[in-house]
Design a protein around this ligand. Structure first.
Ligand code: ZN
Length: 274
């Protein structure tokens, strides 16, 4: 009897301990915020895949820019974007049960980038198909169809994404267009966020339509925590948007920096980009 009782108590204490440590880990996950206004620390490591491109093609000063939110038209089973580390690994509730967490943040970033970009004088706009699941990628209302048309008429179309967490993702960086020479905006964004090879995953659907893809960072760790926490959310969205808008302005107005005929010092690129 005594044995049975003590065994029961052991199991009871063990389950109490497990519940307590689980609660503690969740609390630790939520409260362990390391806010930083350093973009590199926030978005994590950029892609370290070998890439050899340098964007030197000059652009018009008033080049039209289109910001698309990745997965805005593909919330079906496949291609809806990452749920992020919080939901997938730690079992937290999604930000919005109707859409993936990635799309939730892509839309927030899209809005903020356009707002800040307009204030800073960019010729910038957004497009949202509104319909969250369009089966045919070539339907005229999809991100890709609208972006393709925009790029064909001389605009700069870019789709915002967050990469998957852990080993499922690669990291931050820009995927340039597949059939077009990368320009000075591509260069400026890649210097800030990192760069992917042009042929990444055989040339994805968007780059094949001349739409750039920007992976802002993996949806995990401090980036995701700072986005989820209400105290740091706005600051985090604003910081990333500001840095991207600055990269646009720099790419548009500092063409000389990328001109290979200038002084060698001016055109120096870190070895990892070559
Ligand atoms: Zn994505």
């Amino acid at each position: 009897m005594f044995f049975v009782k003590s065994r029961f108590l052991n199991i009871f204490y063990l389950s109490l301990f497990c519940t307590f440590s689980y609660a503690l880990s969740q609390l630790n996950f939520i409260s362990n915020l390391n806010y930083t206004n350093n973009l590199e620390l926030l978005i994590g490591k950029g892609s370290n895949l070998p890439s050899s491109w340098i964007g030197t093609k000059e652009v018009n000063k008033d080049i039209p820019i289109l910001i698309l939110a990745g997965h805005a038209d593909s919330q079906g089973l496949a291609g809806s974007g990452t749920s992020g580390e919080s939901v997938d690994k730690f079992g937290l509730d999604p930000m919005d049960p109707e859409i993936s967490d990635e799309l939730f943040w892509n839309l927030k970033l899209q809005e903020s980038i356009v707002k800040i970009g307009k204030k800073r004088g960019l010729n910038i706009r957004s497009y949202d198909p509104g319909i969250r699941n369009i089966d045919d990628a070539n339907d005229p209302k999809t991100n890709w169809s609208v972006g393709k048309k925009f790029a064909q008429t001389g605009g700069y179309a870019i789709e915002i994404h967050f990469d998957s967490y852990g080993h499922y993702g690669v990291g931050a960086g820009l995927i340039p267009p597949f059939f077009e020479q990368p320009n000075t905006i591509d260069e400026s964004i890649a210097r800030k966020f990192g760069r992917f090879p042009i042929s990444f995953r055989g040339g994805l659907g968007a780059p094949r339509r001349q739409i750039r893809i920007l992976e802002i960072g993996k949806l995990e760790g401090s980036l995701e925590k700072n986005l989820r926490n209400l105290k740091t959310r706005q600051k985090t969205i604003k910081l990333i948007s500001n840095e991207l808008v600055k990269a646009f302005l720099h790419g548009i107005h500092s063409n000389a920096l990328f001109n290979p005929t200038l002084d060698v010092v001016d055109t120096f690129l870190p070895a990892k980009y070559l």
